[in-house]
Design a protein around this ligand. Structure first.
Ligand SMILES: Nc1nc2c(ncn2[C@@H]2O[C@H](COP(=O)(O)OP(=O)(O)OP(=O)(O)O)[C@@H](O)[C@H]2O)c(=O)[nH]1
Ligand SMILES: [K+]
Ligand SMILES: [Mg+2]
Length: 345
């Protein structure tokens, strides 16, 4: 296991070097995405092999035209569109097709994957006639670029020290890694003193991720397109797989289902503002992400300086017992709460 740890760490270091712009033999900034401004409340990127139907999907979902044709690499740049759903504005990005080796500089692969890193959700678009092989290849490309799909950041705390050697503690009964392996990984990174504590059963890859840093954890949906070409029996099998969403972009089958699923995966929280003495504004919710949805986050979205004048907030909704209830800035809001900010005078 120690040997494996050392190898995994070596591999991760080599991968990182390969991706660093300075070492790119072909020149040019390797790690840069397309120059498209982030707008709206969340960003969703379409990643897939050429001609799986990404542009057809963008056009049908957003009404923004993106050229579609039956030859590969029809799309050569990033085409943004917007979907309005439940009061939120969701930016959708059609991207050029990627091929094997994309992350290492093939085609526009790096630009595509760098842009995918900036998304709150990735739609991996697959042609239902060859989904499994393509799925693995795309996952491999994204993972090689530090993107972790449908995964939480590992529950490993890592603290470097000046002395005392490597300390590995865990609450897990039969952990997937032992002290030797942890030491081997650390020594690859020339770390000889550190406290490492693990609460969930993670593996060596997760440890390497924690030490390497700069990983992004993004939800993903496997969008199985062109289901007009398969039988109902085949469709039923695919429909049951986790994170799968079968559609037919061309005939607009199950696009509602896809948007609904995207909404769930984005995990957004809508908060309605209520000016004093007036009815709440239900048309323009403030949209927050579930991980950052305190009253303070809400204030910061309305105005930079609002929190400085903040006295307390009145909240109506499922996050409180009374209606309204007085809460402080740390209070965590729920979807569809109504908030009135009371300022200091
Ligand atoms: N049968 C069928 N064909 C589809 C469907 N969606 C798209 N297509 C066709 O597939 C071909 C490729 O579609 P595009 O939308 O250009 O695919 P893309 O993924 O954007 O392709 P690139 O930009 O080249 O990477 C076109 O001929 C589309 O008409 C579908 O649901 N069913
Ligand atoms: K195409
Ligand atoms: Mg396209």
């Amino acid at each position: 296991m120690g040997h494996l740890g050392a190898l995994k760490a070596k591999l991760a270091k080599l991968r990182r070097e390969l991706l660093e712009p300075s070492t790119g033999a072909k020149g040019g900034p390797g790690g840069e995405g397309f120059d498209v401004t982030k707008v709206g409340d969340a960003r969703v990127g379409f990643v897939g092999f050429p001609s799986v139907g990404k542009s057809t999907l963008l056009t049908k979902l957003t009404g923004t035209f993106s050229e579609a044709a039956n030859y590969e690499f029809t799309t050569l740049t990033c085409i943004p569109g917007i979907v309005r759903y439940r009061g939120a504005k969701i930016q959708m990005l059609d991207l050029p097709g990627i091929i094997e080796g994309a992350k290492d500089g093939k085609g526009r692969g790096r630009q595509v994957i760098s842009t995918a890193r900036t998304c709150n959700l990735i739609l991996i678009v697959l042609d239902c006639l060859k989904p499994l092989t393509h799925k693995r290849l795309i996952e491999h490309e994204l993972e090689g670029f530090g993107i972790r799909l449908n995964k939480k950041p590992p529950n490993i705390t890592f603290r470097k020290k000046d002395r005392g050697g490597i300390n590995f503690t865990t609450t897990v009964a039969n952990p997937k890694m032992d002290l030797d392996a942890v030491k081997a990984v650390c020594s690859e990174y020339r770390i000889h003193n550190a406290d490492i504590h693990m609460t969930d059963d993670h593996d060596l890859d997760d440890l390497v991720d924690v030490i390497e840093g700069s990983r992004v954890y993004v939800p993903a949906i496997y969008v199985i397109n062109k289901i007009d070409q398969i039988t109902i029996e085949e469709l039923e099998v695919m429909d049951k797989l986790p994170h799968y969403c079968p559609i037919c972009a061309f005939h607009e089958w199950n696009l509602d289902g896809l948007v609904e699923m995207a909404w769930e995966y984005l995990d957004l929280v809508r908060v309605y503002t209520k000016p004093k003495g007036k009815l709440p504004d239900f048309n323009e919710p403030v949209v927050l992400h579930r991980q950052r949805c305190t009253v303070e986050d809400f204030c910061n979205r309305i105005h930079k300086t609002l929190i400085k004048q903040f006295k307390y907030a009145l909240v109506w909704g499922s996050s409180v017992k009374h209606r309204p209830q007085r809460v402080g800035r740390d209070h965590v809001l729920h979807d569809e709460d109504i908030v009135q900010i009371v300022k200091r005078i």
